[in-house]
Design a protein around this ligand. Structure first.
Ligand code: XMP
Length: 513
């Protein structure tokens, strides 16, 4: 069994809930995010070494605001409240939270810290912190002392060290609080007594043991898309159960240049599992014939993926387990309500319905993306696969604008490969979050040699982002764009014009379709 120390993050709807968990895990302390509604009995059973209350958009005085019982503060387990979580702590313990602030405090703010507090012990007296609040704590609860203030906030931090209860009005988890990680480290190590016993190596060992226990001598099936998550999940499983695993790689023919071969090569040479490379480009092209509307294309590709996988699964027959590469951000309930569907994302998520299996295995469901990458490297997957930039399930099918044909795919694949090569040559491949070429369905007049051309316009896209919910267009140096442009028109046929996309998200999206 896994027997590492645990920090529990109770989520009150804050937008930074996952960030808090990541910061704690960066300290080699295991951390999980749970809803504020988690029953007390469950919290106790988890035996956390400490609890962190997140921020949230509410005011503790609203009847509908998310709350936990005061009992959580009476378990003798250290608690750190952040922003709303700090106000909630004050409110539950009969301090006063006021909404009579003359103005909200927002942004980088100078705070004055009391360095006798364990949280702030090796910091400067004046530090910059990220604030985002309107309500404030006018009076800390009895038994608490104020350990930080700002020009407008009388209680920027408070604590009752004896009861191990701490609160900060600011956000130590964001980068805008330069020494926030130090504060979190002080909390988990010096207050909660954690020792940093969580490492990827140990986590992998535990996972291997628990997968072997779960699988016994059963048969396991895994759908490989070539993406990071499914590749790492497959690598872990093959390490755990070897030939009891069959990986089915659905090659939709909509991948980038050489990608299909690279995935096959990575698995066949490194891992001892059964590997099926289902080359299905023609099936996908047939399905896409005559379709030009983005959602119709997405739907067709998603459905065909399932059909191809289903056909392969039938050949294998009944299996005991199906592997899914679900990762932690998909598991954590979001504090947000339903949002409008802008694009229907197709991932390998719809498979359980078409495979005859007993149990799902989701070995990555507790990991963040950067941890999945780290696991991939430790399992011996090649860097180019582990650091692969995000690539949509429908692949080049949504980067060829309008109807997809084999000819257009070939043009785009070559152009995109040149773009990627030049970005890598310029050393920009890790600093631009995602970059790719799009083949538009627009043609225009050009001149080449002495002749008139009437050919396609290619668009280059590059974005920087941390979460892909919003993104800025990447400021790629002109010289790099120039090299890319010259090479593409010279080396790839049927492109006579190249444009660079300078819209951010919103109002645009990252992909064009
Ligand atoms: P958008 O275009 O929605 O893209 O701004 C945001 C991020 O999501 C990726 N993307 C997808 N990923 N299946 C995926 O797994 C999809 O259908 C899909 N569509 C967009 C996109 O590449 C970007 O990283």
């Amino acid at each position: 069994m896994e027997n590492h120390q645990l920090i529990l993050v109770l989520d009150f709807g804050g937008q930074y809930n996952q960030l808090i968990a990541r910061r704690v895990r960066e300290q080699h302390v295991y951390c999980e995010v749970k809803s504020y509604k988690t029953p007390l009995s469950e919290i106790k059973a988890m035996q956390p070494a400490g609890i962190i209350f997140t921020g949230g958009p509410n005011s503790v005085y609203d009847d509908a605001s998310p709350r936990c019982g005061r009992e959580v503060l009476e378990l003798g387990i250290p608690v750190l409240g952040i922003c709303y979580g700090c106000q909630l702590m004050a409110h539950l313990l009969a301090g006063t939270v006021s909404d009579a602030a003359e103005k909200s405090e927002y942004g980088k703010t100078e705070v004055r810290l009391d360095r006798t507090s364990t949280l702030f012990s090796d910091l400067q007296e004046n530090e910059i912190c990220w604030m985002s609040h309107t309500d404030f704590i006018a009076n800390a609860p009895e038994g608490f002392r104020v350990t930080a203030t700002t020009a407008t906030c009388p209680t920027a931090a408070m604590e009752n060290a004896e009861k191990k209860l701490y609160g900060v009005q600011f956000h130590p988890e964001v980068n805008h609080t330069p020494h926030g990680t130090d504060m979190l480290r002080h909390f988990v190590y010096d207050v909660c007594g954690c020792t940093g016993d969580w490492t990827m190596g140990k986590y992998i060992e535990n996972q291997l043991a628990s997968i072997r226990r779960q699988v016994g001598d059963g048969k396991v099936l895994c759908a490989l898309s070539g993406g990071v998550d499914s590749s790492v999940a497959a690598a872990l499983l093959s390490k755990a159960v070897g030939r009891q695993l069959t990986c089915v790689f659905v090659d939709n023919g909509l991948m980038r240049k050489n990608e299909g071969i690279e995935v096959e090569e990575a698995f066949k040479t490194r891992f001892d599992a059964n590997f099926v490379h289902a080359k299905a480009q023609q099936r996908f092209l047939n399905r896409l014939k005559g379709l030009s509307e983005p959602e119709a294309k997405r739907k067709a590709i998603g459905e065909e993926f399932i059909r191809v996988f289903e056909d392969e699964a039938k050949k294998i027959g009944k299996v005991d387990f199906l592997v899914q590469g679900t990762i932690y951000p998909d598991v954590i309930e979001s504090g947000l309500g339903d949002s409008a569907v802008i694009k229907s994302h197709h991932n390998v998520g719809g498979l359980p319905d078409v495979v005859d299996f007993e149990e799902l295995i989701e070995p990555l469901r507790m990991l963040f993306k950067d941890e999945v990458r780290q696991m991939g490297l430790e399992l011996g997957l090649p860097e180019h696969l582990v650091w692969r930039q995000p690539f949509p399930g429908p692949g080049l099918g949504i980067r060829v604008i309008g109807e997809v044909t084999e000819e257009k795919l070939a043009i785009l694949r070559e152009a995109d490969a040149i773009y990627r090569e030049e970005i890598a040559n310029a050393g920009l491949d890790r600093s631009i979050s995602q970059y790719f070429a799009v083949l538009t369905d627009m043609r225009s007049v050009g001149v080449m040699g002495d002749g008139r051309t009437y050919d396609y316009t290619l668009a280059l896209r590059g974005v920087t982002t941390t979460d892909f919910m919003t993104a800025d267009w990447a400021r790629i140096p002109y010289e790099v764009l120039d090299r890319v442009s010259i090479r593409i028109v010279n080396e790839v046929g049927h492109i006579n014009r190249i444009v660079y996309d300078i819209t951010s998200k919103p109002p645009a999206t990252v992909e064009w379709e």
